[in-house]
Design a protein around this ligand. Structure first.
Ligand code: G3P
Length: 221
């Protein structure tokens, strides 16, 4: 399973990348606005320098021609750029064109297996089902079922499109997506850090270090 960071914050990307387990980054217009980014091209290029993997840059346009123009522009910034396109009819049409041009795409704002199927048919590189928002609206079980259904449909028909689980809110979402067989989870920085933590690990390490110290205090005293 690939782990992406869902952020536009360069410090978070730098820190997560230093662990050696970061496979990519996703951004969206809200994450860019949160960081106050106005020079988007240079920011996307900077992110591509910080991580060795795909970086999703989302278009703002919602018409076919506008999506194509914006997406082709972003794709020229760096080979790792993935053009993020909303799950709308014009978006599907644009994803089809991008796939014919060899431009990588991430179909976002996906909330059903049917939408994911359409994006896969169009040749999307990734589809991003929004787990957290589904859970907010319909509950945890319904949200989990959407991820499971998409994974099983893609497996059944051998779609090359990758399931990029998004809107991840906690480490249990990551567990569930991994069990369901999602190819990628894109994770907020705080959740990414929390993946490594467990209270029993902290407790166990304290005991190990305390016992070691006791022994060495005895031998040196
Ligand atoms: O970036 C796409 C997605 O991960 C955002 O999800 O629900 O945290 O805004 P959310």
């Amino acid at each position: 399973m690939k782990l992406f960071l869902d952020t536009a914050n360069l410090e978070e990307i730098t820190t997560a990348s230093s662990l050696g387990v970061l496979d990519g980054v996703t951004t969206n217009p809200s994450l860019m606005a949160k960081e106050g980014i106005t020079a988007v091209d240079s920011h996307y290029s900077r992110i591509c320098e910080l991580v060795d993997g795909d970086v999703s840059a989302e278009v703002i346009a919602t018409g076919y021609a506008g999506i194509l123009q914006e997406g082709r522009h972003y794709a020229r910034l760096h080979p790792n750029i993935v053009v993020k396109v909303p799950m709308i009819p014009a978006g599907i049409q644009a994803i089809k064109t991008f796939s014919e041009e060899g431009i990588k795409t991430n179909c976002t704002l996906v909330f059903s297996p049917q939408q994911a199927l359409m994006a896969a048919k169009a040749g999307a590189t990734y589809v991003s089902p929004f787990l957290g928002r589904l859970e907010d609206e319909y509950g945890a079980k319904a949200a989990e079922t959407v991820i499971q259904d998409i994974c099983s449909i893609f497996k059944r028909y051998s779609f090359k499109t990758q399931v990029l689980a998004a809107s991840i809110r906690n480490i249990d979402h990551v567990r569930m997506c991994a069990i369901a067989g999602a190819d990628v989870a894109t994770i907020p920085y705080k959740v990414f850090q929390a993946l490594m933590l467990h209270p029993l690990t902290d407790r166990g390490l304290d005991i190990f270090l305390r016992d070691y110290a006791k022994l060495n205090d005895q031998t040196t005293s």
